[in-house]
Design a protein. Structure first.
Length: 226
């Protein structure tokens, strides 16, 4: 049985071909070469918190009550966040890094995104996420942080049914890439994937701008859907 990570990897591989090789040759060099400014832990929490507040993630529709039983109050919904970032590895590297998505390169560097999201920032998002990294996400409203190992164990045997038995109030799992910032730290780009069932999930990339003490989404693009 495939783990949830394996299912997401298989889905992404089917969505788009790989666009960069082992050396990352699709990324530009020279004076304008991408050089990622990775968000701090505090900035990452603020950026993700703003995305989740402005774009609430839905979830699997609860089953109706059985015949003769009164409707049950729906528990407060929470999102399960993983404690490690999603990585995007070039072809070849991805096989050795089973948690990495190779097809994401093509999706992020697609010319269709050039008009709405700076290409250099998208290149920097790829470079900043060539490896998985620990994340400090505790404290974001409506979320619960779990280790990747705990999440995988929740799927043992019954897949999503087992997950929802372990997390009955969950509205799914969110995985993110480490967000990157422009040099003046006034804009941010983040990859956010929400999975809530075998045919319930999507991967998005969001461009945000600082707004006072917070962040506001200015552009968004869907990279995959299931």
């Amino acid at each position: 049985m495939l783990s949830v990570s394996g299912v997401v990897l298989a889905l992404m591989a089917a969505v788009a071909p790989v666009a960069i090789d082992r050396a990352g040759s699709a990324l530009r060099g020279g004076a304008d070469a991408p050089s990622p400014v990775v968000a701090s832990a505090e900035e990452t929490r603020a950026i993700l918190g703003s995305v989740l507040a402005q774009k609430p993630a839905g979830g699997r529709v609860p089953a109706p009550p059985k015949a003769g039983q009164p409707p049950q109050a729906e528990p407060a919904r929470i999102l399960i966040l993983t404690d490690r970032s999603q990585c995007f590895a070039p072809q070849g590297e991805a096989e050795a890094k089973t948690s990495c998505l190779s097809a994401m390169a093509d999706s992020l560097l697609a010319a269709e995104l050039d008009a709405s999201m700076p290409r250099k920032l998208r290149e920097e998002l790829l470079l900043a996420n060539r490896e998985p990294h620990p994340l400090l996400l505790a404290g974001i409203r409506g979320t619960q942080v779990e280790s990747e190992a705990n999440i995988e164990r929740a799927f043992a045997g019954g897949w999503w049914d087992d997950f929802y038995r372990k997390y009955p109030g969950a509205s799914g799992i969110v995985r993110i890439g480490r967000p990157v910032l422009t040099k003046d730290r006034q804009q941010a780009l983040i990859y956010v994937a929400h999975s809530c069932g075998g045919l319930c999930g999507k991967g998005m990339v969001y461009l945000l701008s600082r707004s006072g003490a917070g962040w506001s989404i200015v552009q968004e693009q869907m990279l995959w859907i299931s």
